[in-house]
Design a protein around this ligand. Structure first.
Ligand SMILES: [Zn+2]
Length: 291
């Protein structure tokens, strides 16, 4: 859904609320505090009074729109803009597009990304795995940089079903972040190890994987007759992610990095969805994990 369609389908605050109520409750409102379905509607305020726990609530309680002072239409437009921005969208640009200031746009973007965090099934089939390093701004409290070591970078591990879904893990900077033990644990957590076949490069961290699943690594010394062993899917994803992070989000701190990466994974994983906007609204009010 593009922004013209958002304007057309959700011209007023009321139309947005009615739609969110349908997505969240399917016609049966329930109290977000006590789950009771015994309520009295307060239609003029778009709220409900819970007759069990005596609180009042609206459809936005506990969602990414909770306590917002902005029109829901702006939120819907912002969601659409984020979903359509293949390389990401900066807070400055988002702010200009929906006429809010940059800080508000940044905050909205972070909330929208929370609705884009996936907890999908284990990856199957041919799964490529690769690691990359993403530069992050040092945070207050980070140890001072050693001379000559450049910007501290954060290792990120990604796994991609060939022709399918992608999952990523921000490995963190602690010692052993990319050790055999750690990478094996990441594989077990995200890949169906009894069924899938793993393709990696020759990095020694993947050395433990063949003990519990079929594993092939790219041998750069050989010229390949069989072109199946590669990690091109994962490498294309890193390229897109880095263009986005360098171009739009050049000051991503490590704390927020998982959310930015989740945004790119989400667009990639739902690229064939017929209604990614609807899916995201549904995550925003229901699948939202309440942080
Ligand atoms: Zn209640």
């Amino acid at each position: 859904m593009n922004i013209v369609e958002i304007y057309r389908q959700f011209p007023t605050e009321e139309s947005c609320i009615v739609h969110l109520e349908k997505v969240r409750w399917q016609g049966r409102p329930s109290c977000p505090y006590c789950k009771s379905e015994n309520q009295t509607a307060l239609p003029s305020e778009h709220r409900y009074h819970c007759n069990k726990c005596n609180t009042s609530y609206s459809v936005t309680v506990g969602t990414i729109f909770h306590k917002t002072h902005l029109d829901l239409q702006k939120w819907f437009l912002a969601i659409s803009l984020v979903l359509n921005a293949k390389k990401g969208i900066s807070a400055r640009q988002l702010g200009r597009d929906i006429e809010v200031n940059k800080n508000t746009a940044w905050y909205m973007g972070m909330r929208i990304r929370r609705a884009m965090i996936e907890h999908g099934d284990l990856l199957r089939g041919i799964v490529e795995m690769d690691e990359t390093y993403i530069g992050g701004k040092p945070r207050k409290g980070d140890p001072p940089r050693k001379p000559g070591r450049g910007t501290p970078k954060t290792p990120v591990v990604g796994m991609a079903e060939r022709g399918g879904r992608i999952k990523t893990v921000v490995a963190g900077k602690k010692k052993g972040a990319l050790s055999q033990k750690r990478l094996s644990a990441i594989v077990r957590e995200h890949v169906d190890v009894r069924q899938a076949v793993l393709m990696t490069d020759e990095f020694s961290g993947y050395g433990g994987v063949s003990r519990f699943m079929e594993h092939h690594s790219v041998d750069h010394k050989k010229s390949y007759a069989d072109g199946a062993v590669h990690t091109n899917t994962m490498e294309s994803f890193w390229a897109l992610l880095k263009r986005g992070i360098v171009g739009q989000y050049h000051k991503v701190s490590i704390r927020h990095l998982p959310k930015y990466i989740a945004e790119f994974c989400y667009r990639q994983n739902n690229r064939d969805s017929v209604d990614i906007f609807g899916l995201t609204l549904s995550n925003a009010v229901g699948g939202f994990n309440g942080q």
